[in-house]
Design a protein around this ligand. Sequence first.
Ligand code: GDP
Ligand code: IMO
Ligand code: MG
Length: 432
Amino acid sequence: MSNIIVLGAQWGDEGKGKIVDLFSERFDIVARYQGGHNAGHTVYIGSNKYILKLIPSGILRPGKLAVIGNGVVVDPAALMEEIETLERAGIDVRNQLAISNRAHVILPYHRLVERISEDSPDRVKIGTTSRGIGPAYEDKVGRRGIRMADFIEPKAFSALYASVRRDKQAVAKAFGLAAADEDVLDRYLDLAARIRPMVKDTALLLNRAVRDGKRIMLEGAQGTMLDIDHGTYPFVTSSSAAAGGACTGTGLAPTRISGVVGVSKAYITRVGAGPFPSEASDDYGERIRKAGNEFGSVTGRPRRCGWFDAPLLRYTAAVNGFDSLILTKLDVLDGLSEIKVCVGYKLNGSVLDEMPPRVQDLADVEPVYQTVPGWTTPTHGATSYEALPAAARDYVKFLESLTEVEVGCVSTGPERNQTMVIRGSRLEQLVS
Ligand code: GDP
Ligand code: IMO
Ligand code: MG
C-alpha cells in the first residue's frame, strides 16, 4: 500500500499541478479533496499548457481515474466548461472522471453572496477569487447546501432550489442587487443531466480500490496557510487544505495513508490580502515576479512575492507531518548574487517560537533574515542534483536544516522532466 497526499506547504501556487501530474504515472487514481475552481493547477506537457481548476491533475494520463471528492465544492457550469476544454484537447474525460455524490454544488447565488461580503465597507476584504467558494461552504456547514446526489435528481433539485431561492433573493434585495435570473433552474437542470453519468459514491470507490491493491494520490488545492483552521484566518479559503482534510474530503480512511508530501517554492508567494512577513516589496520582489511569471493562473492577478519563510514552513510541516518536501522553482533564483531566507520572527523585540494565531501579530512580526550566496550557473532545466551548482545545493541543504524536513525532490522548470528526485529519499520510496 502506498497512498499519498500531495499538498501546498505555503499560500498556494507552489507547483502542485506539475508535481501531481509527474507522479500520477505511478498511481492508479488521483483525487481532489477540497476547494473548487478557485484552484489553478498548471501542467505543461511538451508545448501544451493545461490549467486544471476542478479536475485532478491525474486526468492528463490516459487510463488513470480522476476523482472529485466529497470535500470539493463543484460549480456545474465551470465543471462542464473544464470538461469540454479538456475533451477538445483529446482527453477522454467522461471515462476517466468520477464526481462524489456527496460533493456540494455552487450555484449563482453563492457568487452574489460573496460579492456582497467582499464589497461591504464594514467587512474585511479577503481578496477572494469571486468563485462563490466561501458561501458554498457556508451553506454546507449551515446544513442548507445542495449535494450532487440531489442535484442530479430533477425533482429533488427543483424543490431544494425553491426552498433556498427565496432566502437568497431577500438577501440580494436587501443589498440592492438583482437576484439570480429566472432561467437558472432550467440551465442547471440541463447541466445536471450532463453531469449525472459521472456522479458516483467515490468514498466507496476509493476504499474498494485500496482493497484491490490500487494506489491513490490525494491532491490538495490552495495551501496550508490558506486552510480554514490552520491558515492566516480570516485571510484564508473556506476549506481544509491541510492533510487532515484529505480524509474527510474523500472518505478514504486515515489508516490508508502512507505518506504526506509538501510542495513549496524555493521562495514564497501569496495572492490576495493578508499578512506576509517575508514579502519583498522592493526590486527583488519584482525580479522574482518576472522570473517566476508570478501571475495568478485563474485570476491573472500579480502574486505578491517574498523570501523563503522557514518559521512558516516549520509550522506547516508540523500540522501536516510532512514526510518529504518538494522544492519547486529553484531556477527562478538563478542569477541572484545573494538570497535572503527568513529564519525567525520577532514580535515586540522577542523571538517567537510559534506561529502567532492573531493575524495582527503576524502582520507586526519583524522577519529575521540570513543572507546566503546565490549562484551564477543556471539551474533551469537541471535534472541531476549532483550537477547543480554548489551554492544551489547548499541552499537546498540550508532549507532542509531550517525546516527539519528532507527535500526529496527539486523542480527546475515547469516541464515534467525538469525535475530531480533525490536518490535514497523517503519521497523516492513513496512514489516508486
Ligand atoms: P499550483 O496551483 O500549486 O499547481 O501552481 P500554479 O500552477 O498555480 O503555479 C505554479 C507555476 O509555476 C505554473 O505556471 C507552473 O508551470 C510553474 N512551475 C512549476 N514548477 C516550476 C519550476 O520548477 N520552475 C519554474 N520556472 N516554473 C515552475
Ligand atoms: P491553488 O490550488 C493561491 C486565495 C485567494 C484569497 C483566498 C480566499 O492554485 O494553489 P477563495 O476564493 O478561495 O475564497 O479566496 O484564498 N486562493 C488561492 N491562492 N492559490 C490558490 O489555489 C488559491 N485559491 C484561493 O486569492 O486570498
Ligand atoms: Mg495555482
